[in-house]
Write a protein that binds this ligand. Sequence first.
Ligand SMILES: [Zn+2]
Length: 733
Amino acid sequence: MTEPIPHWPGRLVSVSDHGVSDHGVSHHGSGDHEVFVRGAPVPETGAEPALFVHGLEGSSRNWTDLIDLLRSRLACEAMDLPGFGDSPPRPDGRYSIAALAQTVIALLGQHGKPVHLIGNSLGGAVCVKVAATRPDLVKTLTLISPALPDLRPRLDLVRFPVVGLPRLGPRLIRQYQAALPPERRVAAVIATCYSNPGLYPQARFAAEVAELSRRDSLEYAAAALMGSARALTAEFLRKGRHSPWRDAARVTAPTLVIYGQHDRLVDPRAAGRAAHVFRDARIVVLPRTGHVAQMERPDLVAAEIRILLGIPGGFGRLTEERAGKLTPSPFGTKKRSLEQTVSLPPLVEPAAELTVDEVRRYSRHLIIPDVGMTGQKRLKNAKVLVVGAGGLGSPALLYLAAAGVGTLGIVDFDVVDESNLQRQIIHGQSDVGRSKAESARDSIGEINPLVNVVVHDVRLDNDNVMEIFSQYDLIVDGTDNFATRYMVNDACVLLGKPYVWGSIYRFDGQASVFWAEYGPCYRCLYPEPPPPGMVPSCAEGGVLGVLCASIGSIQVNEAIKLLTGIGEPLAGRLMIYDALEMTYRTVKVRKDPECAVCGKNPTITELIDYDAFCGAVSEEAAEAAMGSTISAKDLAAMIDAGDNIFLVDVREPNEYEIVSIPGATLIPKGEFLSGAALEQLPQDKRIVLHCKSGARSAEALAVVKNAGFADAVHVGGGVLAWINQVDPSLPSY
Ligand SMILES: [Zn+2]
């Protein structure tokens, strides 16, 4: 989009929420108040009405580009929520989701017929409340990054809770306004909400700055922001029957839910839960999109809404069609065939025969009709490479070996450590200190001596990955870092090979099959790595040991299906497993035509520098750490000398419990990122930060230095270095 569409004028509409207050919304309406409503020129009489509701800090102006694409068939109006844009606050001054929903209901009540309701973020949560409370007013519901509680709220990313604190909130907002000119604040919002801030139309920037300056002078503007933030925080904490997801489950209207794959505020993994909760829903995760898809990718959002409008019977009908219960409608046959999961041809030709020993050993496979002699012969002929004999690689190798995969390759250069044994079950106590690849080979020999094991006791890198991968039919990726993941993906795409991917963290697992010839690749799903320091590794964040078996066994399951050509592989689908809720969900993953490596015009045609691409720490952190990094021994010397220092441990409380450096004060990294930590730092002492290995403390150091603590330093290597170099009697983890 080159030229933004001008914003349409609007008008103040009087609404009264007297008497609209039943069905679970507050029993006391606030009476008459005014709402600002902006309308696009209506195409023709008979067009169905649609109402658009913006998110936190937004306004009706956020919808202009999307509405322009839809106004040929909808009579579109966008409202400013009370206290936002040009709407005055409600007379009762309430900003709860229920109160905002009451205003929307009052406005909708004037239409006289149900509308297509579209909401973003906070507006999405409000629309869910409206649709659950007054189904008679809502014809279809579209939610863009709705502020429904995440599977795992990432509090360090969500600034709402901090702003929402009663005592802290007003002060932070005043500080924020005083410290940053409106230009910087608008830029910060764009950087937070857009996946690619470069897509923001420059022509709008000046107008947004002027609007923000105007709102700074309104006495209620800060209260509106704070009140809504507080309401959202409260909603995020509600459990059980008060959870906003319960409202979602009550929605009967056909519902389209759009998540942005790069949304920093609402986790797109909530898509799995949305798919489960909404009764009649289509869930879409848009690639390369942030929190405001309607502004960033209005064309894609409009296309999805047109699909929603084009299904008279709702999505349930579509599902029944897929199951063959209905004859297909003329609607979107192309789209459906793209989305349908397909069986793929077997990867491997069958071996000539099975020996008597093999027939005995694999008899439980042979009597499954789908596998049979032919399938087992294919497995015998198969060459599978497992990258990493660690958490995922351990169960994967064991089951691939037991299943009778003829040739198993293992790439791992690491040695077995005691802390591996909690989950890496292919290794045992007597293997501690041995090469993981060799330890794995020995275990496989015990499980199934018929397997030919090939050990690659090397660090997989650009110089060897193509040569090693080319010897195998299929790759199983069990790596735990982003640089290797992208290298595995690119090498597989370049070689035209499929691979089975898995990832684990704490109680969450994901798996998929990436095969660029038939579907998306890892870059289609995750075009870019997360910002350095944003996603903790399992070494930093921990992982439930048995989760490795859950995800590793899914990877083997998919490998066997691909090798033998049975079932529907996970290609084009992302499997999401939540061990705490015990839910498995799959979401569709589309091939991205613009994908850098498997798209129509690929920019990556050979391997790249993956360490640089993924970055060990952010540029800011690296800059801050330059010349301000001390060793663990330096720290010990400072403590011994009685230097005037304030030692801060920026890890999480449970890590602090396992082991800590004597005298360290615990202030987790998130509190630095939110700014809350700064007031706890003494002005008259030198600040020394540390974490587990030095990455998180470097991020915190950047914040501390920016706040004026020029002589602050962090400890390179963190508490692990302290244990190694200063006090080996402490437990390591
Ligand atoms: Zn791709």
